[in-house]
Design a protein around this ligand. Structure first.
Ligand code: ATP
Length: 325
C-alpha cells in the first residue's frame, strides 16, 4: 500500500488556529510542551537501483530503505519571541538556513502561521555527507517535534507533503522503518521490519559528493541491476539470508573505482563473516550485516586497526515504532 499521499496541509493549519483561538489568542493550556527531545535515526539502503535519468535531471530510483539505531538528538524549546535558532555541536554544520533542520522549522512556521519561536539544539552523531540521510532525518525530527509542540495535528501524510518540498528523502525519514522508495525517493510503500541482525557501519575519512556520483552514473548503460522485487519478497518472508544475497547499489559503479577504500572496507567485513556488505546511498559509508556480534566486533577492530575508517559503529535496525520515540 502506498503511504505517501499528496494532501493539502490546511487541516493542520486550521487545528492550530482553533487551538490558539480557544485560549484568548494563545494556547496557555498547562499541558503544553515547551521542551521536546527527538531522536533522528540514520538510514541505509539495502538496495538502490536507478531506473533512468529524467528530462528534468532528477533520477528515478527504486530503493529499499532501512533505519538504523544510530541517531542524532534534537532538543526543541518553545520561545515566546518569533524566529528560529539552531545550534549544533559541530563547527562544520551551519546553524542558519543552510541546515535542513532550520529549513524544516521555517516551512512549518510559515505554513501554520506560528507566531512564536523555536530553538533547536542539534547533537550530531550520524556521519555527515555519508549517504545516511543525516540532514533529512534531522528535518523529519523537526516536523514531528513541532507538530507535537505547537499541537498542529498534522498527519504523517501531511508532514510528508511538506517535507518533500525540502528533500526527496524527507518523507521516508518522517515514516522510518523498512520501506520501498520509488519516484525520486518520495513514493513510499511500507514493508514489514527487516529481519534482525547486527549491523556494522563504517564511514571512511573521505568526502563524496552526491552530485558527483549521480553526474558520473551512466544509468542507461548499467548492465546489472539489484533484484529489488526479490529483496522485498525476502523481507516479507523474514529471510535474512535472502536479503543479504540481494543487497546491491548501482552507485557503487561510480564510487568503488574512484575511492578504492570503499571496496577495501567491504572486503574487511566479508572476511570476518559478514553475510554481505554494501555502500549506502551515494556513499562513502559501508554497512555489513552479521548474524553474530563477535564477528562484527572482529571486523570493527580490523577496520580501525587498518585505518580504513574513522567512524565505525555496531548497531541494529531501528523499526518504525522505535523511529517514533
Ligand atoms: P543523503 O544520504 O540524503 O544523500 P548524506 O548523508 O549524504 O545525505 P548529509 O549528512 O545529510 O548527507 O549532509 C549533506 C550536506 O548537507 C552536508 O554537507 C551539510 O553541510 C548539509 N546539511 C544541512 N543540514 C544538515 C544537517 N542537519 N545534518 C547534516 N548535514 C546537513
Amino acid at each position: 500500500m502506498d503511504f505517501y499521499v499528496d494532501v493539502p496541509i490546511w487541516v493542520g493549519y486550521n487545528k492550530y488556529k482553533s487551538c490558539i483561538q480557544n485560549a484568548m489568542g494563545y494556547n496557555m493550556s498547562s499541558d503544553r510542551k515547551n521542551v521536546i527531545t527527538k531522536k533522528a535515526y540514520a538510514k541505509v539502503n539495502l538496495g538502490l537501483d536507478v531506473i533512468r535519468r529524467r528530462a528534468d535531471g532528477y533520477h528515478e530510483v527504486k530503493m529499499i530503505m532501512q533505519t538504523v539505531d544510530l541517531c542524532d538528538v534534537l532538543t526543541l524549546t518553545r520561545q515566546e519571541k518569533p524566529g528560529i535558532v539552531v545550534t549544533t555541536d559541530r563547527e562544520d554544520l551551519p546553524g542558519d538556513e543552510g541546515n535542513l533542520a532550520y529549513q524544516a522549522a521555517r516551512l512549518v512556521m510559515e505554513t501554520c502561521s506560528i507566531e512564536e519561536g523555536v530553538k533547536i539544539e542539534l547533537q550530531k552523531r550520524i556521519p555527515m555527507a555519508a549517504g545516511m540521510a543525516g540532514g533529512s532525518t534531522d528535518a523529519a525530527a523537526v516536523f514531528h517535534g513541532m507538530n507535537e509542540m505547537f499541537e498542529l495535528g498534522m498527519s504523517e501524510d501531511e508532514m510528508c507533503a511538506l517535507g518533500v518540498k525540502i528533500g526527496a528523502d524527507i518523507p521516508y525519514c518522517i515514516r522510518g522503518g523498512t520501506a520501498l522508495a520509488e519516484g525520486i525517493g518520495e513514493i513510499l510503500t511500507k514493508l514489514p521490519d527487516a529481519p534482525d541482525c547486527i549491523v556494522l557501519i563504517a564511514k571512511p575519512d573521505i568526502d563524496v559528493s552526491t552530485k558527483y556520483v549521480y553526474e558520473n552514473l551512466h544509468a542507461e548503460k548499467l548492465d546489472c541491476h539489484p533484484d529489488i522485487d526479490g529483496m522485498r519478497a525476502a523481507i516479507e518472508a523474514g529471510d535474512l539470508r535472502g536479503v543479504a544475497e540481494r543487497m546491491g547499489n548501482v552507485l557503487e559503479t561510480v564510487t568503488v573505482n574512484a575511492y578504492p577504500v570503499i571496496g577495501e572496507i567491504k572486503e574487511a567485513m566479508k572476511k570476518r563473516g559478514a553475510w554481505n556488505a554494501l555502500m549506502s546511498g551515494s556513499g562513502p559509508t559501508v554497512f555489513g550485516i552479521f548474524e553474530e556480534e563477535e564477528k562484527a566486533r572482529a571486523a570493527y577492530a580490523d577496520i580501525i586497526g587498518a585505518n580504513l575508517a574513522g567512524q565505525v559503529y555496531i548497531c541494529g535496525w531501528a523499526g518504525r515504532d522505535r523511529k517514533k520515540s
